[in-house]
Design a protein around this ligand. Structure first.
Ligand code: ATP
Length: 238
């Protein structure tokens, strides 16, 4: 295995507010890696910076051996990084199919795009059954599926998922986590940000704790699950 994504000493600010002070982590090809930590710790800011939506103030982001810290968002997507943002930002007035096709807008291979759309419908049959309906009519869980499906449509090498379980029922959360595992088994590398630390660590090859803009603890998911500091802070058990 080799490092697909390497974030080193990343620092990102919104004006005078330093949201990310020193975040460092590595995602190896084929892994599921999660970032956990309290609200406001800087996890979303980190993903948005990797996507090219925000600029780092310091530090580096390397993808497949090359720095992408200064690259524009469309080139980063073109290199193979897709982002399913927090709060399932689907286009409410567009149909399921139209939302999915937007995720593939950088691609020219029509038959591949159709194959990938079919794969999204296999993973999430409800989207296939309602492909002509407007996304705004869907439940929160279904919109989350659509946001993940849209990110899959660029056929990414690295899929970043920001809080995919937010606001979902336990059953729907399980369905999303099973899907993340299936995507990994299909060869996609996953970077996951989750408030649901227990489930995220159980699924992940490696986890990182982000605290006040810094990565403070790291290890294999199962080791972090057993770590008393993690349990006390994030799992509600000392
Ligand atoms: P959450 O789970 O709540 O999204 P997070 O770990 O993802 O938390 P961020 O959303 O990255 O954290 O926020 C990090 C810090 O940056 C917080 O203090 C937040 O208030 C601040 N912040 C986030 N977005 C902005 C913005 N657009 N302008 C100013 N400050 C911001």
């Amino acid at each position: 295995m080799s490092a697909l994504l390497e974030v080193s000493e990343l620092s990102v600010a919104y004006g005078a507010i330093e949201a990310v002070r020193s975040v460092s982590f590595v995602v190896e090809e084929g892994q599921i890696v999660c970032l956990i930590g309290a609200n406001g710790a800087g996890k979303t800011t980190t993903l948005r910076t990797i996507s090219g939506l925000l600029r780092p103030r310091a530090g580096d982001i390397r993808f497949d051996g090359e720095s992408i810290a200064k690259a524009p968002a469309h080139l980063i997507l073109g290199r193979g990084i897709a982002h399913s943002p927090e709060g399932r930002r689907v286009f409410a007035r567009m149909t399921v199919e139209e939302n999915l096709l937007l995720g593939a807008y950088t691609r020219r291979d029509e038959s591949g795009v159709q194959q990938d759309m079919n794969r999204v419908f296999e993973l999430f049959p409800v989207l296939g059954e309602r492909r002509q309906q407007k996304a705004g009519l869907f439940s929160g869980g279904e919109q989350q599926m659509l946001a993940i499906g849209r990110a899959m449509m660029s056929r990414p090498r690295l899929l970043m998922l920001d809080e995919p379980s937010m606001g979902l029922s336990p059953i729907m959360t399980q369905r999303i986590f099973d899907t993340i595992r299936e995507l990994q088994q299909g060869g996609t590398t996953i970077l996951l940000v989750e408030q649901n630390a227990l489930a995220a660590l159980a699924l992940s090859d490696r986890g990182y704790v982000v605290d006040l803009g810094q990565t403070t603890l790291e290890g294999p998911g199962h080791d972090l699950l057993a770590d008393e500091r993690v349990r006390a802070a994030y799992l509600g058990q000392g």
